[in-house]
Design a protein around this ligand. Structure first.
Ligand SMILES: [Mn+2]
Length: 329
């Protein structure tokens, strides 16, 4: 499918998994990737504008993947992404200097790109977390009532930050008060650290979103959390927003506000696996990857791993014959 699948990972034009770059959707795509390269909403360390290019670059290691064969997930003995059509729409050219105009541009562009493609899974690469509000608004306009699952260290429920209502400190509140996502269908998973303000928690409690702090994730276990989300949302289409600062900074240092005590790689994959197996997730973003702050691209590579896990659950084939020979088991 891709023109570049036979060349080395470090050559050729960089697209997500080396798939084809397209300017519009024709309707038969299973997954469409769109980058939103802005970080004008960050309150601390910048660099998330380079998130889409960093994630693409890290994903190129897998561009050998042949769409007719799929990718082998040897850990689980399954094939993922076989005959799954993934395209890369490139990036939205977002204006900077006017955050509200940036939000409008993202919203309009996503609406126009996806208006006729309800079946295509939408994969958005941020960008700082401010992008989630216009993305959710556009997805809601297409699907009607949707739920929102946020995996993050921070609640992101500030009414405004230094006079700006559209920074990365506010997207979840904006999804509720401007995109009209029902708070009983908002789930916030992984919260920890001292940056979660009184104001954010007051908002979340008043609106009655559901919060699972990192400690509650450990105590309840991932299956229990998924069950509780599922009880509330049933088959409602879900938007999943994954802030990479949900991960422990020891394995994801490349982000603007690293927060100790986050998810391990195994825990994150288990959570993604569980959510994608049980919920009707129609769109996902991965935000706050800042390659400028990264070490050896490990945060970008982790983002790719999370995305592949998500797509792998959505588009997989289990095959017993994949089990390997091991005389020790
Ligand atoms: Mn966030």
């Amino acid at each position: 499918m891709s023109a570049y699948k036979d060349v080395t990972p470090f050559s050729g034009i960089q697209t997500f998994l080396g798939r084809d770059h397209v300017h519009s959707l024709s309707g038969d795509e299973d997954v469409a990737v769109l980058g939103i390269p802005i970080d004008s909403g960050v309150s601390y360390m910048p660099g998330a504008r380079l998130g889409p290019s960093g994630i693409r670059r890290a994903s190129m290691i897998y561009k050998f993947y042949n769409v007719n064969e799929g990718l082998l997930d040897i850990l689980r003995g399954k094939v993922i992404l076989r005959n799954v059509k993934i395209v890369d729409l490139g990036d939205i050219d977002v204006p900077f200097g006017d955050q509200k105009e940036a939000m409008n541009t993202i919203y309009r562009k996503v609406l126009s790109l996806f208006s006729k493609n309800m079946e295509t899974f939408r994969l958005f690469l941020g960008g700082d977390h401010s992008v989630t509000f216009p993305l959710v608004k556009a997805v809601k306009d297409s699907y009607g009532d949707i739920g929102l699952v946020q995996i993050d260290a921070h609640l992101d429920m500030l009414s405004s930050y230094i006079g700006n209502a559209y920074t990365h400190g506010s997207p979840i509140l904006r999804c509720i008060d401007e995109a009209e996502i029902k708070p009983n269908k908002v789930f916030q998973i992984g919260m920890r650290g001292f940056l979660n303000s009184h104001e954010s928690l007051r908002s979340a409690k008043k609106l009655r979103t559901t919060i699972f702090t990192m400690r509650e994730v450990k105590r309840l276990g991932i299956e229990n959390i998924t069950c509780r989300v599922r009880e509330e949302v049933k088959n409602t289409p879900i938007y999943l927003t994954f802030d990479i600062d949900a991960m422990d900074p020891s394995i994801a240092p490349g982000t603007g506000i690293p927060e100790p005590g986050g998810f391990s790689h195994d825990e994150a994959l288990e959570l993604i696996d569980s959510l994608f197996s049980s919920l009707n997730i129609v769109a996902m973003d991965v935000v706050e990857v800042s390659p400028l702050l990264d070490i050896n691209d490990i945060t970008s590579k982790l983002a790719v791993s999370i995305i592949l896990e998500a797509l792998g659950v959505k588009f997989s084939i289990y095959q017993n014959e994949l089990s390997h020979n091991n005389k020790f088991i």
